[in-house]
Design a binder for this molecule. Structure first.
Ligand SMILES: Cc1ncc(COP(=O)(O)O)c(C=O)c1O
Length: 405
């Protein structure tokens, strides 16, 4: 079959694929532990459910404006006031089918074929593919010092006449790193000076630990006019445990938002009315669930760090936010895909290979599940990898026998 040039360059989403594999194994009755997940397990806030249920009851579930219903745009404006100290106009706001769609239509609105987009590694698996979907060129930059914290020099070194945009995601998927304020200040300044779009993917900004507060990019911007090329992305998926509701948004200059709206209007139309109402409920409602999710995740992070630190040969940097850690297993196996497959096959633990995040030798280990999953998952991984481990391991009443060295 003949597929388009672009279609042939796009790989499948490894993270979504892993979810499928884990579900298939579970359905077969295998005792799978999923440490590869990208979603909190809690229930959505009650205000979200009530708001969606009220609309459903009314039966008025219709097409929505391409840029989102006014009530959601108002909720996003209020959110931006609360967390960023800025009051965008409704024309500066677009509600989308997830932060993913907001980023995608933004890239479609700003990029021409051959344009380059810079983002630090490790990076979210979708950035390179989304950039390629527009016919543009992803330019990942790996911090030279082996840390997960990019330096402005790293970005400057790969700037070219084709550079059109920079994407920054902090707290970061997959490393959990929270980039320092000084770096955010520098990257805002650099993008303003060079006339580049700066896409701040803030989807994890409230899931941040150790009493830190999220960095607000607007504080470092000099241009607050309609010429500003700063685009702030956010959504309800992670902070409200509402991944399946598929609502995200972008805040940017009105010309860009209009272009993104036009694209989205032809692509999917406005997001589902039902789910937008759920988002309004979540954003405007009682916020205690976000706080309790953050505290649970911080505790899970601490437990995971404790276990990983007692894992000989594994090097780990403590995540400052999100629900991911990105540990270096290269002492055991440099090929992360091989390693993740080995762990799945031998001890039924799902992890995500670092190669897909731009850093081989690492595994992304999530801590959005239960403490039991975290502790048992790491125990199983240790057993599989430690050559001095006993020959047998029991998972429930199943006996695993080591048939490898
Ligand atoms: C860094 C990052 N940005 C955006 C998204 C997309 O979020 P949404 O569910 O709102 O599309 C994800 C989801 O995993 C993510 O990790």
């Amino acid at each position: 079959m003949t597929l388009s040039l672009i279609a042939r360059t796009i790989g499948e989403s490894v993270t979504l694929k892993l979810n499928e594999t884990a579900a298939i194994l579970r359905a077969k009755g295998d005792p799978v532990i999923h440490l590869g997940g990208g979603e909190p397990k809690g229930k959505p806030p009650m205000d979200a459910i009530l708001s969606a249920a009220a609309l459903l009851n009314s039966g008025e579930v219709r097409y929505t404006p391409a840029d989102g219903i006014p009530a959601l745009k108002q909720a996003i404006i209020r959110y931006t006031e609360e967390f960023y100290g800025r009051s965008p106009a409704p024309e500066n706001v677009l509600a989308s089918g997830g932060a993913k769609q907001a980023i995608m239509v933004c890239l479609q609105a700003i990029l021409n074929p051959q344009d380059e987009v810079i983002f630090p590694a490790p990076y979210w698996v979708s950035y390179p593919e989304m950039v390629k979907l527009v016919g543009a060129v992803p330019v990942p930059v790996t911090p030279e010092d082996g840390s997960f914290i990019p330096r402005i020099q790293d970005i400057e070194q790969v700037l070219s006449s084709y550079t059109r945009a920079v994407i920054i995601n902090s707290p970061n998927n997959p490393s959990g790193a929270v980039y320092p304020e000084s770096f955010i200040a520098d990257v805002v300044e650099l993008c303003e000076r060079r006339g580049l779009y700066l896409i701040m993917d803030d989807i994890y900004h409230r899931l941040i630990f150790d009493g830190r507060t999220p960095v607000n990019c607007y504080e470092y911007a000099k241009d607050h006019t309609e010429s500003s090329r700063l685009v702030v992305i956010n959504g309800i998926s992670k902070q409200y445990a509402m991944t399946g509701f598929r609502i995200g948004w972008a805040v940017a200059n009105s010309t860009l938002i209009e272009a993104m709206t036009n694209i989205q209007g032809h692509q999917t139309s406005g997001p589902s009315a039902l789910l937008q109402h759920a988002a309004v409920g979540a954003i405007n409602g009682i916020q205690s669930s976000v706080n309790s999710l953050r505290m649970t995740l911080e505790n899970n992070r601490n437990v995971l760090m404790d276990r990983l630190r007692s894992f000989n040969g594994v090097r780990v940097q403590e995540p400052g936010g999100t629900f991911y850690s990105f540990a270096d297993f290269s002492a055991y196996e440099k090929d992360s895909v091989k390693l993740a497959n080995f762990l799945l096959e031998k001890v039924q633990v799902v992890t995500v290979p670092g190669r897909d995040f731009g850093m081989d030798g690492h595994l992304r280990i999530s801590y959005c599940g239960s403490i039991k999953d975290i502790t048992e998952g790491i125990e199983r991984m240790k057993w599989a990898l430690d050559p001095d481990a006993p020959n047998e391991l029991y998972i429930g009443d199943r006996k695993l026998v080591r048939d490898w060295t």
